[in-house]
Design a protein. Sequence first.
Length: 93
Amino acid sequence: MALKTVRARIQGRVQGVWYRGWTVDTAKSLGLDGWVRNRFDGSVEAVFSGDEADVAAMLEHCWSGPSAARVDNVDITNEVEQPPPGFTHLPTA
């Protein structure tokens, strides 16, 4: 099993539409570690860590998100540091 950790910045109508809650539920269902938070610029930022295939699946899900969301872009960068076990949401930054 190949582990992968990425940071994603999701842009569009992604705040006020339950995107963070949906992200926590979806990431947990895939067994991923990491976190999600709103950004002051209106985007959502998340770190996903786990099996490479599960991370890829999560990133694909990020393009749709919850039904009220409209995702315009998902910008992905590789992360070196793995987050602690579990998946949670963090305060806005």
